[in-house]
Design a protein. Sequence first.
Lengths: 124, 163
Amino acid sequence: MSFYTELLIAISLVVSGLFGVVGSYGLIKLKNTVQRLHAPTKATTLGVGGVLIASMIHFVARNGHVSVHELLISLFLFLTAPITAKFIAKAYMARNMKADQLPQSSGDYGWSVYDDPPETDANQ
Amino acid sequence: MLRKLVPHPLLSLTLVFVWLALVNTFTLGNLILGIFFGIVIPMITAAYWPDRPKVGRPFKIIEYGLIVVWDIIVANIQVAMIILFKPEREIHSQWIPVPLELTSAEAITVLAGTITMTPGTVSTMLSADGGCILVHCLHSDDPDAVRDDIKSRYESRLKEIFQ
């Protein structure tokens, strides 16, 4: 492995480490639960991404062929991170917030945590 | 016949790709096994997919993907800066309702996921009829701009892809 590939790998690892630390620090610093959601869903995406890029470069340089496991990991991450965030947000709102603390929805129906969906044939 | 065998061509293709990526080596055996999964899994789960989303315009999808990846990188840096350098009392968090023009469940799911992954916003819930999405913004002094940004940057592109 040449010096430059090693340098590239090292840089991605350090960058990802920094973002990981910032994301975790955000969990301590931000005061309310919904704000805290922002830290792990964003800052850590680049944190994990950096490790995956480093891993891909490493395996291309060492074995000479591309490893696609890293792409799958980022795909699964993109699928699961928003869902986790949504679950936490909805659970928090159902327990700790009232409908009048939130802005009105633009349609005829209120937010789904507080309001029933319109009746249709499908859900009767 | 082909319709019956492969009710969801896109799902089947995705499964074949994911299987090949999981085993990480391309051999004929793995390809055949992947195709087997690509046919059997959609059949078993067909009951959960009552309508197949119409997805068109492959170039639009690639464009959308690139924009989202770029925004994720920018978002990471912005959120990191807010966390590191903004004093607690100067962070103005906002709830922003965004009226939706998208109607298909798949398109709304993609939009909600995109909002969560990109600059300082987390999508938290839909209105009960699915016509409006509630977005929490970590720091913004101009909620209307955030709403318009979401609508023009992501929703309009998704509308072209899913319709």
